[in-house]
Design a protein around this ligand. Sequence first.
Ligand SMILES: [Zn+2]
Length: 511
Amino acid sequence: MVSRSQHGFHKPKELRRFYEPLGVLHELTMKGASKPRSIFSTSARGISIMQRRRDFVDAIAYIGAYRKGCEIAVAVERRPDALFVRVAGTAEIDKIVVPFLNNLLPQLSIILKHSAGDIKDDLNDKILVHLSDMVLDFGQEKIFAHYMKILQHIAPICLADMITDLNEADRDNLNFKAWFQDNFYKNGAPLLQEHMKPLARECLNAQQSGMFDLLREFTYQGHKHVTYFEKFYKQLRKLSLTIDMTSQLLESTISLRQDLANEMVARSLPSSPSLPIPLLPRKLSVEGIANRMFSNSSKRNDFLQKLQQIAPPGLSKTLVHYSQTVLTQVHPELLVMNYFDALSDGGFIDENDKYIGCTKPSCYLCHLFISYHPARYSSLSSNSKICLNWRLPDISREEYNAMARVENQKSILQQLINTIRNQLEEKVKNEWILQPHCAESEIEWMLPVDDDTFDYSPQPSSPQLTPASPIVSTGLITPRFDIDFNDASGSGTDGDQDAEDVVLFKGRGRF
Ligand SMILES: [Zn+2]
């Protein structure tokens, strides 16, 4: 129960010191900048128990997100007589996700009644079919959304290219087109939501047979529809990803036999109320923001001069609009963290790896918050997206250790303010250098020398890390995974971010 919002504990002035530069950074990052690439952790598969525990909660977080836009976060709490799967999220957690999980988890317990030697090949396949039936039924709305996106926006362009492009019009392309017609339509009409289960299975088979690899041939630089082919590949993989994640759930369950000997129960964590972003419209002039960022007047003038040259038109107006419309929430991973912070006893299933499974990579601010948190939560992969609807977790005075946690938050807020200011300063400087007016001699002085490549991927062996720049400002991150998990999400103020998704072709499946 939240008796008092964070606004009661943090001074509005302090919060504005955070949200003002954040708003500007958000705008500059949106403006024509390529979207940072997502890095998803679980491809780096080990066989350690720690990795299996991560796989388990990652799989539940993916499977539980039953529709597009739904994001959930999951962690397992160990109690003496039971394991509680704690779930927080943006959708109907109480009425839809938790009841489903409480049907699914007992199925996993039944599997563990078989001895490890029994669960092989045939039986394993049967169990997987049974589980994935349940999971596909639950997630068909999400799969259907992926299907419709392919059918309406991607396939018409790509299939036309594949047939008319004489250089590429070989037998494989014709086979692919025939496969598509057979499976994506029924008697010439588009499929319905209830047809998603067989389609998902068919896409998994096709992917495993390498059928989708030929899409790679159309992703060379210079091809007119390269981004469509990248999306095509990615969306086709998304159709079968639910089965992959079910398989991951089954494998990790079997590996965690000892952990999961006790009864498992899913429980929801309360979602956060929406609160207006603490910005004051009358204070949102670019000059005012710069004044509050710098005490040194020459630095402020330099920043302001550069910002005025590179700012998108109507920046102040946009910020005023945000101040009147943006509602902040506590993101699901921070709801889970806040729950564990407030526990007077009990804790994570593994106190050495306080890992939270998430449907998608975390946003930049959640990533920073987790990095700065003194309780040393395991870092999560991040898409480095800058969300304005973010806020610090709410703390109630009645909760365990409330005042100490408030002090922690104040310290984290200071670090966030410093980081966001530095990021904004760096971003403005870099954008300004790209302007044609900048003299060469100045460029020599201005070029950033930082060449650190920051690794966002959480590895069990490195539970803490040093936060670094958002990827947008460095462009130095080396992407390593095939597919990002970024659907359009409700956690930002930008529109259809799918338009900017990036797919990487590595030619290897995750299973
Ligand atoms: Zn977040």
